[in-house]
Design a binder for this molecule. Structure first.
Ligand code: PLP
Length: 495
């Protein structure tokens, strides 16, 4: 199976090349030329199997240039002994009238682990296939979750080095600590004076520095990215939608062919797009409910067909969804306009120049058939956490609460009675201050770990070991630089 660019579909690459390259040269994203299908029979068979076996099957459909042995090794390295109870994506039994798909049982307690544990494995194999003996240097700008998940995924991976830049004053104390205590002999972490945009702009500048690219090539290095626009980050996410359907079959909550809904807390549109691909493959999914916070650019796009980023940016209590340019939406647009890359390119050029574009009415109709969208305010996030905890003793984080709230709005608006799976994307301990606020617990004057202990006392939910271990983990990185000097840090690191 080949992959094409959303902005020029005459440009065709193999899966390995798509993963190695990340982004197409004209700025488009790689998508599979066609979506493979999965039959009801196969879903029943997969229901008997483990997560790793299900992942092997799904990956084999998309990575036709990988051998079965390569896929098996990638998946095993990524998912065995890395997740609580060896269950990467456990589904809760009914909480009220909803299921929770918990994607935060990995090393960094957020759903980014699902993809970033596997991406390094896929990249290693892809490099072998495409790039010969080259080494890769991964540069990441992060607003919190991605940086840590990428560090954990890439640490000690042979022939790859990774450097993460985070805004000194733009991440939570727990997230900062997760990063500056990072172990591994091929990693580096730098705090920059500036915000997330400065970090991201700095990284992009390094990527487009041709002189430096040549200098690196002489030393055998290629720059690469662990961003969510890489196909190698999207593909691992398709697996857990297939796997959830299998789990529901297995526990006899549904029968073969029954439809279910998912509600996904959305930022860059990667997670929910993976669910859409699972549906396109034939997993019986009815609606995908797109849940946003106050940065509700997607709510407007899906309800009105107008993608408009000319709006105020809000820093909310679900920070990993504070985003106005949902890059992966481009992949859906490409499909909805009939795989027309010229049209997709025109829309994206318009977005770049004017900050907005409109979808034609027939395209909007198709979009609405598959998706339903609404948003949740910060106050509603806190109320939702409290209500769910009081009623069901189930504790969710702020991002998951956005999805719970919007799932309720969907059910109320449509009366849809199909099973609803809420995608739970982070451990509540990662956003402990907001969760304590929601529970109306007084945490004034407590330090980070005091807050964590308080939440454990109230909730009786155990603290993830990877977070409690941070309390005594030594600080390894104390590098600080101005945004303009980021390249000097990269040079020092790679020389
Ligand atoms: C990244 C993230 C999201 C948003 O996911 P997208 O794939 O960007 O839509 C939601 N919740 C948490 C906790 C995240 O880290």
């Amino acid at each position: 199976m080949n992959y094409v660019s959303t902005r020029d579909n005459s440009y065709t690459v193999t899966a390995a090349q798509a993963i190695f390259q990340g982004l197409s040269h004209e700025g488009g994203l790689f998508v599979p030329e066609s979506i493979p299908s999965i039959s009801a029979q196969t879903l029943s068979e997969l229901a008997e199997k483990s997560y790793i076996e299900r992942a092997e099957y799904v990956l084999s459909l998309f990575l036709t240039d990988f051998t079965p042995e390569e896929i098996k090794e990638c998946v095993t390295n990524a998912y065995s002994n890395k997740f609580d109870d060896d269950q990467p994506a456990p589904l809760s039994s009914l909480v009220g009238d909803k299921y929770f798909l918990e994607l935060w049982h990995g090393p960094t307690c957020a759903f980014k682990d699902m993809a970033l544990q596997l991406l390094p494995e896929l990249l290693k194999v892809s490099m072998r296939k495409v790039g010969g003996a080259k080494k890769a240097a991964i540069l990441v700008a992060t607003s919190g979750d991605t940086g840590k998940a990428a560090l954990e995924g890439f640490k000690d991976v042979e022939d790859i080095k990774i450097m993460v830049f985070y805004p000194e004053n733009g991440v939570s104390p727990m997230q900062k600590r997760q990063m500056y205590t990072q172990d591994g002999n091929n990693v580096s972490v730098v705090a920059i004076d500036g915000n997330f945009d400065d970090a991201q702009t700095g990284v992009k500048k390094i990527f487009s520095n041709k002189d430096y690219e040549e200098e690196l090539a002489e030393n055998g290095y290629v720059l690469s990215s662990a961003n969510s626009i890489n196909w190698g980050r999207l593909l691992p996410q398709i697996v857990y939608y297939v796997s959830t359907y299998c789990d529901l079959l297995n526990s006899e909550e549904i029968s073969v062919g029954d439809k279910i809904n998912f509600c996904v807390p959305t930022g860059n549109f990667g997670n929910i797009l993976a669910a859409h691909y699972a549906r396109e493959m034939g997993v019986p999914i009815n609606k995908l409910v797109c849940a946003s916070n106050d940065n509700n650019v997607l709510t407007q796009a899906i309800n009105q067909g107008v993608y408009d980023r000319n709006r105020d940016f809000f820093a909310t209590n679900s920070p990993s969804m504070d985003i106005l340019i949902s890059s992966n939406f481009e992949r859906l647009v490409y499909q909805l306009v009939g795989n027309n890359s010229q049209k997709t390119n025109d829309l994206m050029v318009q977005l770049n120049a004017m900050g907005q574009y409109n979808l034609d009415s027939d395209v909007l109709e198709k979009l609405k058939q598959g998706f339903w969208a609404d948003f949740c305010t910060e106050k509603q996030v806190l109320n939702t956490i409290k209500t769910v905890f009081d009623k069901y003793s189930y504790l969710c984080d702020t991002h998951t609460a956005v999805a719970v709230n919007v799932a309720e709005k969907y059910i109320e608006a449509t009366g849809d009675k199909l099973p609803m799976v809420v995608v739970s994307t982070a451990s509540p301990y990662k956003f402990v201050a907001s969760v304590l606020d929601a529970l109306e617990a007084d945490h004034n004057g407590l330090d980070d770990f005091g807050k964590v202990d308080l939440l454990e006392k109230i909730s009786t939910m155990p603290i993830p070991t990877s977070l409690s271990e941070l309390k005594t983990a030594p600080r390894r990185f104390d590098i600080n630089c101005a945004a303009e000097d980021m390249i000097d840090e990269v040079k020092k690191f790679l020389s």
